[in-house]
Design a protein around this ligand. Structure first.
Ligand code: ATP
Ligand code: MG
Length: 338
């Protein structure tokens, strides 16, 4: 039917640990909200696929490349030799160059601040994560931090484009160029070049230590933050802490050719896996970022409102937020709000 042909295909990796439980919650909520998405589910394999050198199958990567959009639950990389970590495989194979983490205060869930509304954009492919470490001589080791013009321009472009298309006014480049003059210096130079093409967006440069202090004292000073890999890792967790922690914070990875792979920030939470205790909010809000990427803003708003209302009401909350609801009861409450 015509309705069926209007469905958008998206890849879904339920993942490990609490992954399948919270992915189930997303599927239920999407159903009730009538989101025009057809999931193509892919599971982490039980054997290494020689084509990817990891437990992720070649077909699952092809699915993301074809659909250009997907949602990923947490994946715990099995211990052992001869394979690549799952997250590294995804990042490299799909060239996921930017990690975008929206971070906003949830009304009704009290933390130190109620006016947090930040976007952190992390360069995801180089910096200290290049894996180039070696011993020079006994007792002396070296780690290479790689910054390239190409990757810096690419993430800066994405940050300004994001700011412009999301009605944001300011982009702050976070750095330590006073010490890392060459590497962070090049990163800043690229950000400046891109900033010139966006005169309507205010551009500023903030040293990372000062940025941490300002974020903790007054997070509303910032809007969109863009930064090299390691700084992004640290700052985005700091921002998550400002609004209530791991169960709540979504993210989206942007890759080559317009790929968007949304994922919760948290891990597989083996301590509560299979017990119907996990908070699906982070994965639900990640799915919302995926809908926004697809310009399905009415569906995104509807789902986001229902999640936030349920948390604000406080009647159904999972254990991490101080409540005693199960994943399924919390999900049902969200569906009722829809
Ligand atoms: P992994 O190795 O996969 O990262 P982990 O042991 O580090 O797993 P995390 O998933 O990082 O565990 O979680 C850290 C803590 O936060 C755990 O106690 C976990 O139960 C809790 N947690 C993480 N995500 C959620 C969630 N969605 N709902 C409730 N609690 C969560
Ligand atoms: Mg972890």
């Amino acid at each position: 039917t015509a309705q069926e042909s209007n469905l958008i295909r998206a890849t879904l990796f339920p993942g490990d640990g609490i992954g399948p439980e919270i992915a189930d919650s997303v599927k239920k909520v999407f159903n009730v909200a009538d989101v025009p998405i057809e999931w193509e589910e892919h599971f982490v394999g039980t054997e290494v696929d020689p084509r990817t050198q990891s437990f992720l199958t070649w077909e699952s990567l092809e699915s993301v490349r074809r659909n250009k959009v997907g949602l990923k639950g947490p994946m715990a990389t099995p211990i052992g030799k001869g394979h690549r970590s799952l997250n590294l495989t995804l990042r490299k194979e799909l060239n996921l160059y930017a990690n975008v983490r929206p971070c906003y205060s949830l009304p009704g869930y009290k933390t130190k601040y109620d006016d947090v509304d930040l976007i952190t954009i992390r360069e995801n492919t180089e910096g200290e994560y290049s894996g180039l470490e070696h011993q020079v001589v006994r007792g002396v080791v070296e780690s290479l931090k790689i910054i390239t013009r190409q990757a810096s321009l690419r993430v800066a472009e994405y940050a300004f484009h994001y700011a412009k298309t999301h009605g944001r006014e300011r982009v702050s480049a976070i750095h330590k160029a006073n010490i890392m003059q060459k590497t962070d210096g090049l990163f800043l130079k690229c950000c400046r070049e891109v900033a010139e093409k966006y005169p309507e967006i205010t551009y500023e440069e903030v040293v990372i230590d000062n940025c941490c202090m300002m974020l903790v004292k007054n997070p509303s000073l910032f809007d969109v933050l863009v930064m090299p890999n390691l700084y992004g890792d640290i700052i985005s967790d700091l921002c998550a802490g400002l609004i209530g922690g791991l169960g709540l914070t979504p993210s989206c990875n942007i890759g080559e050719g317009g790929i968007a792979l949304a994922e919760a920030v948290h891990g597989s939470a083996p301590d509560i896996a299979g017990k119907n205790l996990a908070n699906p909010t982070a994965l639900l809000l990640s799915a919302v970022t995926m809908l926004r990427h697809l310009d399905l803003h009415d569906k995104a708003d509807k789902i986001q409102d229902a999640v936030l209302k349920t948390i604000a009401e406080g009647k159904y909350r999972t254990g991490d937020l101080g409540g005693n609801s199960t994943t399924t009861d919390f999900t049902k409450a969200i569906c009722d709000h829809l």
